[in-house]
Design a protein around this ligand. Structure first.
Ligand code: NAD
Ligand code: WQD
Length: 339
């Protein structure tokens, strides 16, 4: 199948492009490289033995998108492109609404102009806000607590409205929990710009010596050891979930919404211990105050994805740590040192 991947040079996108190419799909990546590097796509080509087509286009650029659709004639779109930093979204809400929501609307308009109505969308567990019950099911109440999360929620609503207006749209809304790790080759991985806001890349940067110590945001949550609990999912398991979603859309009409998580939560200190055991590196840490906006615990009920997509996770927390460490150890400064 001819698949257009927006944001395909990014962390999750690049891992999904690998799996698409390995499954013999034709891939074109659209990315404005605002949070990624072309080196990632060069590494993808090294892993797969062939490169995806690439167009440096912003999804808000209607003319640019039209050109890509005319030239590459995609049959489906996997849509990763978006800004994703919660803290930044609080400081710059308009840029998040413009980039994520208006950009997605533009993408859908150009898709419809070219008769392309199969869309896989990157949503986030952040649409659940602070969950009332755990594990979280897809029919749990929705309520984002920051501008970034609201862009995901509003885009979901937009896609649901689009499907009601025109049921010929086939849409998969995938709510990711906490993707971490890297491809087993160690050639691609997560390369956050600046100081990582997420736990796992911060841990790997401490282990490689780029950061002195981890600051643990609170140990007074109502969890087993007092630190935050999250549903970490291997980025390759996540990528494979997108191929299953494409198969589901090719098989028949509808709109499906699925949690992509393992169903297993781990605390910050459990993550630190697992990483230390797997990497052989110490991760010094200090407990500080809670991070504003954080919730105590969040983990998925993954049964809908099993039922609707025939997909489940297979990689363990140790494999996430092992693969993530292999990437970081081989690329202490991410992609930048080769640019
Ligand atoms: P990422 O920043 O690594 O990748 C996003 C890519 O989109 C980048 O390559 C960036 O250059 C590109 N991009 C951003 N705005 C664009 C625009 N206007 N036009 C074209 N390209 C643009 O992020 P990621 O971690 O790979 O996340 C991918 C998607 O998954 C995002 O939509 C994110 O919100 C969502 N998500 C991520 C997580 C996570 O923890 N990483 C969790 C849930 C959901
Ligand atoms: C995980 C746990 C922190 C960093 C975020 C976004 C969410 C989604 C995934 C896009 C929490 C603790 C973290 C640190 C720490 N992204 N922590 N010290 O907050 O679950 O979700 O990323 O969709 O929208 O909100 O992930 O990795 O930031 O935090 O103690 O330096 O680690 O308190 O308990 P989070 P995270």
């Amino acid at each position: 199948m001819r698949v257009l991947v927006t944001g395909g040079a990014g962390f999750i996108g690049s891992h999904t492009v690998v799996e698409l190419l390995e499954a013999d799909h034709q891939v074109v990546v659209v990315d404005n490289l605002s949070n990624s590097s072309l080196v990632a796509l060069e590494r993808v080509a090294g892993i797969c033995g062939r490169a995806p087509a690439f167009a440096k286009v912003d999804i808000c650029d209607k003319a640019g998108l039209r050109q890509v659709f005319a030239e590459h004639r995609p049959e489906a779109v996997v849509h990763f492109a978006g800004l994703k930093a919660v803290g930044e979204s609080v400081e710059k809400p308009l840029s998040y609404y413009q980039n994520n929501i208006a950009g997605t609307a533009t993408l859908c308009e150009v898709m419809a102009e070219h008769g392309v109505r199969q869309l896989v969308f990157s949503s986030s567990a952040t649409v659940y806000g602070d969950p009332e019950t755990l594990p979280i099911r897809e029919d749990a109440p929705l309520g984002a607590t920051n501008p970034y999360g609201r862009t995901k929620l509003f885009i979901e609503e937009m896609l649901r409205d689009l499907h009601v207006a025109d049921p010929s749209w086939r849409i998969a809304i995938l709510r990711y929990f906490n993707p971490i790790g890297a491809h087993s080759s160690g050639r691609i991985g997560e390369d956050p710009q600046g100081i990582p806001s997420n736990l796992f890349p911060f841990i790997t940067q401490v282990a490689i010596g780029r950061r002195d110590r981890l600051q643990v945001f609170g140990d007074d949550y109502p969890t087993a050891d007092g630190t935050g609990v999250r549903d970490y999912i291997h980025v390759v398991d996540l990528a494979l979930g997108h191929l299953k979603a494409l198969e589901r859309l090719a098989a028949g009409p509808g709109l499906v919404t699925c949690n992509l998580g393992t169903g297993q939560g781990y605390s910050v200190l459990e993550m630190v211990k697992s990483f230390e055991r797997v990497s052989g590196r110490k991760v010094p840490y200090e407990i500080i105050a809670r991070r504003p906006g954080d919730i105590a615990a969040c983990y998925a009920d993954p049964s809908m994805a099993q039922k609707e997509l025939g997909w489940t996770t297979i990689r363990s927390l140790d494999e996430m740590c092992r693969d993530g460490w292999r990437w970081q150890e081989g690329n202490p400064k991410g992609y930048s040192e080769t640019e």
